[in-house]
Design a protein around this ligand. Sequence first.
Ligand code: PHE
Length: 349
Amino acid sequence: MSAGEGIASARLGNWIEGFEGDAAERGQTRAQWELLRIHWAGKKQGVVRGLLEEIKRIEPEQRRAYGEDVNRFKEHVERRLSAIDAALAAREREAARRAAAVDVTLPGRRPALGSLHPVTLVIAEMEQIFAEMGYSVAEGPEVEDDYHNFEALNFPADHPARDTQDTFFLEDGLLLRTHTSPVQIRTMLARRPPIRVICPGRVFRNDNDLRHSPMFHQVEGLAVAEGITVGHLKGTILAFMRRLFSPETDIRMRPSFFPFTEPSAEVDVTCQNCRGQGCEVCSGTGWMEILGCGMVDPRVLAGCGIDPDVYSGFAFGMGVDRVAMNRYGIPNIRLLFDNDERLLRQVRG
Ligand code: PHE
């Protein structure tokens, strides 16, 4: 090795060392690599560029050796920059792959399963009990006419009982049914006795507070045959309430008035909250008011073409929402219809 080459190699060694020191620090991220590249290999101000320009100031006899060193240094810098670039690219691909990969150790997301609404559950339960007693289910329209909702049920046009119904009137003499009793009429007009039906459905009244919603649910019952008495009515309701609530449940009947039944009664059942002891739910009485009923008025039977001298019948109608609230401990009727999934999840049957 000549002295000249030795000097040249030492010089090259220093350049490489300087570059490598910088590359070790700045070769870690893409942004730093970019600065490294500009500093060393930049076309205008890069270190290599500067060294190439230096050549003019080198003694002519040194130029060849110097030029070779600069070229070797240039190659070194380019090779190392592209090696670091490749390593960074591999790391970037790996990071992207990981970000996109499925982590099979994570707990899965459960699909939200639908569930039946508390009111639907209670109606299904009521239908089941009556089905076992030989009743079938009848349905009718929610938009009714005056005839089926009032007239045929013995509410004459100027009868004060109409005021108690808080009716939503629509156009053309139509209205939102205020009770499920029009389904009694539709059934009796369509079928001959013996009749045993229950009619569950939505009803509407212009009433809105903690205990009343303008839309609520009733289940109506109707039995018409020869020889039906108040005893059948009472026995049916008692048997039903004991199945719905508990075998110890009792009922009491209080005289009442409905235009379409005579006699009429309201039925209370043992308060399910206190088992009849008296509590805030039943205002200390031990009873919950739950149902209206009576013997179908002969005028109503006759109006539907059923001979009241041959046939008699009973009818009853009850609110479903109160039963659902009672059963699932829901304090405010509006909670039933807000469609808050948290409530539906709690009462999942
Ligand atoms: N339709 C009455 C109401 O909504 C309830 C009822 C039905 C009463 C059947 C007697 C017989 O209040």
